[in-house]
Design a protein around this ligand. Sequence first.
Ligand code: UT7
Length: 325
Amino acid sequence: MTHIRSELIGFGHCLPQKVLTNDDLSKMVETSDEWIRTRTGIVSRHISEGETTADIAFKAAQMALKTAQITVDELDMIIVATLTPDNTTPSVAAKLSNMLGAKSGTICTDIAAACSGFVYALTFTDNMIQLGQIKTALVIGAETLSNVVDWTDRNTCVLFGDGAGAVIVRAKEGKGDSSDTGVLATKLYADGSHYDNLKILGGVSTTRNAGFVTMDGKEVFKFAVNALSQAAEVVLEKAGLTVDDIDFIIPHQANIRIIEGVGKKMNLPDDKIIVSVDHHGNTSAASIPLALSENYASGRIKKGDLVVLSAMGAGFTWGGAVVRI
Ligand code: UT7
């Protein structure tokens, strides 16, 4: 029986030019390259100097449209996962639609699911496509987290970076089995009882402004290893596949020790695990599409590869997707 699949036909990414190294940070707070490398795996991160989230999302979107070889007129929806929007409202997606010159009628919305935002956005898009509501979508994860980091707090300021990743998703008829290209299975989760474990303090209806990131690092760490591996295993099972079928897994890039924990739990060899946290830091909703696009552009991830995406973030939210490129 034929099945409508959401095929990933274009990939784009953008990193702000400025690179902040661990040595740079050690001049700003009481820290060291050694501490940051061994506890997080991070070596450097990109920091925006005046570019907004929409600005970097725009560059990632242009690259994705180009690699997909489609024009902006073909987009039925723009969906942006972010926790650092340019304005409280309208959405970054709406701003982007104007910057890109999208046609009137193109659906625009942002998704607030923190570091799981891209997997949430891809899942919503896949469902819209399967229901026949849209044919082609631009799905983005973009963040300028440098705006919500307290640069005097060594517990958090060493962890985050700025960046954007984008994919073009298009409806295509498949056979309905796991040899199809496109999104093969998705699963989303959340548990609001962890609301206080990881958050940006403040907001429109409380303090009337955005505050800084705070977290219970150890609690997040423990939860992340289990959530990321569980979500990956569930989507593989839903797609009728096993860990042995995976070409690559892209876990959310927060800490190399979390990523290694996931690899160990799932019994995955290192060469199947995509790591970009070393040079991106944690870019929240951008981390997965950024790593995906960067590795597609370099030729490491190729057409036909089976890739598992697995994310976890504030809320807590988490989820996974299995995609054949
Ligand atoms: O996208 C999801 C968002 N967040 C995450 O996924 C983060 C998850 N958690 C983590 O990655 C880790 O818990 C951290 C990297 C945040 C912390 O690593 P840890 O091994 O859990 O360290 P810790 O919190 O136990 O801190 C150990 C020590 C503390 O000193 P004392 O109290 O033992 O004297 C900290 O004050 O390290 C100290 N410390 C630092 N030292 C140098 C904390 N930050 C720094 C720093 N440089 N930047």
